[in-house]
Write a protein that binds this ligand. Structure first.
Ligand code: C2O
Ligand code: CU
Ligand code: CU
Length: 561
């Protein structure tokens, strides 16, 4: 875009402010005046469950179409929104004043431009730990940069953490959408404060569609439901509390970085304990684990009470992070680490009058084996689906996707194997000080230089006590296998495997951009660096970990051979 174009684009944005300023949402947040009188607000601990309808984030309207590109403008703003009808409005940060942000819908082959504009106040909602890399004074406290997670984009539009900008500034990013249909999402990525910015509300969906998917008879419109799963802690005034803890769950002074952050309330699409009334038919659920670091192990439970024996509804996973799986996979329970997505089809037909509760039994921290299990009781119930609506229209149900060709990357085609050791560096009392990949920080010189189009194996070796969710920018990869190793031998410098390699389960055998590696496991992925040359990043997507310092840059270089 020339500077003239850019000026015109900005002018147009300014002209369209009134239309876009109507940033109210449907559902519980529709009214700016709270539904419940001041005196009858409740504390977060005493909220009634499942009394508010699930909000569906609104679709973002483009500013204009120009030369085959769809142009959007997205402002980051501070605002207040009710997260539960028995709570006062909560102070939040969000894209276009919404939490979650508005959904961007895109078509493969049709590029999108987004002017990301920082209209936030000068003060941060949360105290900032000044010891974290990239957040040291005199760095301004309020900084943002938006990353489109899962997209193949040039480095200058990728939203790398150090490319942040302050209130009053903006950045124009261009998304080629040159990849298959997938559930992508956008979120803040500012270095050293990503955890705080996302916790304040800066995340939203980006649904990339294509003709192939369009030609299928998948549930769409009112029957396609995005679900952004998160956890939050609120104080007695209903305001966000960002309260990380030490490794053993111990409290930390305010503003001090901690390796763990678990909210005590489930938040789905910005609402606490919502419900959705559904018809007895198929639905498509686009599930995103948008939590800072909680893992979700999900099932749809028909049991009446949480204490009853679980009665899971069968559902099918049809897609993973990067697009459709080769065929639908029946799953009963589904693990999603932070940033992972699952595209699901659930069939409510035959369940008329029943209630299915989206239930989670993952421990926090995950997987939580050993002594700390007792500290990490799960957020068991997240939201309800009530099969109370009559079948509308002619009741025609949609179908499952037909089998897809999915090219497996062959292990033998990898030209390089990189070994990446995840570690948690403790003080004398066993408290986490900093986390590392190969002992290095984000600011250390680049060590990984994959060649454009080459295929590589990356092995993540987890020497810590918790699982991590490893993510690479710009690419979609495949999981080759996971395998346990002997931690004692490893301390002596030898990687000795214990037991056979475990191939991915069928619902993990598609395209991924984030994958879980358990403690004492090696996760091996295979990835082709198709796309663009330049600087990108890879990191653990538990945001506290990525901020301090389980994140590294990599640089894709032109193949000169
Ligand atoms: Cu979802 Cu580097 O991020
Ligand atoms: Cu990403
Ligand atoms: Cu991690």
């Amino acid at each position: 875009m020339s500077s003239q174009d850019r000026r015109n684009f900005l002018k147009l944005c300014a002209a369209s402010v009134p239309a876009l300023a109507v940033a109210k949402r449907i559902g519980i947040a529709e009214t700016t005046s709270p539904r419940v009188a001041q005196s009858t607000y409740r504390t977060p601990a005493s909220l009634d469950r499942f009394i508010d309808p699930l909000p569906i984030p609104k679709r973002l309207m483009p500013v204009r179409e120009r030369k085959g590109r769809t142009q959007y403008r997205v402002r980051m703003m501070e605002f207040r929104q009710q997260m539960h009808s028995q709570l006062p409005p909560t102070r939040l940060w969000g894209y276009e004043g919404q939490y979650p942000g508005p959904t961007i819908e895109a078509m493969r082959g049709k590029p999108v431009d987004v002017l990301w504009q920082n209209d936030l106040p000068a003060q941060h909602i949360f105290p900032i730990d000044p010891h974290i890399h990239g957040a040291m004074p005199p760095t301004p406290p309020v900084r943002t940069v938006t990353h489109l997670h899962g997209s193949r984009t040039t480095p200058d539009s990728d939203g790398m953490p150090e490319l942040w900008f302050t209130p009053g500034h903006s950045a124009l990013y261009r998304y080629p959408n040159d990849q298959q249909a997938a559930t992508l999402w956008y979120h803040d990525h500012a270095v050293g404060i990503t955890r705080l910015n996302v916790y304040a509300g800066l995340a939203g969906f980006y649904l990339l569609r294509d003709d192939e998917e369009r030609s299928m008879d998948l549930p769409s419109g009112d029957y396609e439901i995005p679900l952004q799963l998160q956890d939050r802690t609120l104080d007695d005034q209903g305001q966000l509390l960002y309260a990380p803890t030490g490794d053993e769950g111990g409290k930390l002074p305010p503003g001090v970085w901690g390796p763990q952050l678990f909210g005590d309330l489930p938040v789905v699409n910005g609402a606490i304990f919502p419900y959705l009334e559904v018809e007895p038919r198929r639905y498509r659920l686009r599930v995103l684990n948008g939590a800072n670091q909680r893992f979700f192990h999900l099932f749809l439970n028909l049991a009446k009470r949480p204490t009853d024996v679980p009665k899971p509804v069968a559902w099918h996973q049809i897609g993973s992070d990067g697009g459709l799986l080769s065929s639908p996979v029946p799953v009963k329970r589904l693990l999603l680490g932070p940033a992972e997505r699952a595209d699901l089809i659930v069939d409510f037909s035959g369940l008329e009058g029943k209630t299915a509760t989206l239930t989670n039994d993952a421990f926090a921290p995950y997987p939580g084996w050993g002594l700390i299990v007792s500290l990490g009781a799960p957020l068991y119930e997240l939201m309800q689906f009530r099969v109370t609506r009559p079948l509308s229209g002619n009741g025609k149900s949609s179908s499952m996707p037909p089998p897809q060709p999915l090219a497996r990357l062959e292990e033998s085609s990898a030209v390089v194997t990189r070994t990446l050791v995840l570690s948690d560096i403790m003080d004398a009392k066993g408290n986490s000080l900093v986390m590392r990949i190969n002992g290095k920080t984000y600011g250390d010189p680049v060590t990984e230089f994959p060649k454009l189009n080459s295929i590589e194996k990356w092995q993540f070796i987890n020497t810590t006590d918790d699982a991590h969710a490893m993510h690479l920018h710009m690419v979609q990869f495949q999981i080759l296998h996971r395998q346990s190793f002997d931690p004692l031998a490893f301390q002596l410098g030898k990687l000795e495997f214990v037991g056979p390699p475990r191939p991915p389960a069928p619902n993990e055998a598609g395209w991924k951009d984030t994958a879980v590696v358990n403690p004492r496991d090696v996760l091996t992925i295979i990835v082709q660096f198709k796309g663009y040359t330049g600087r990108y990043g890879y990191h653990c997507h538990m945001l506290e970990h990525e901020d301090n310092d389980m994140m590294r840059p990599f640089v894709i270089v032109a193949d000169e051979s």
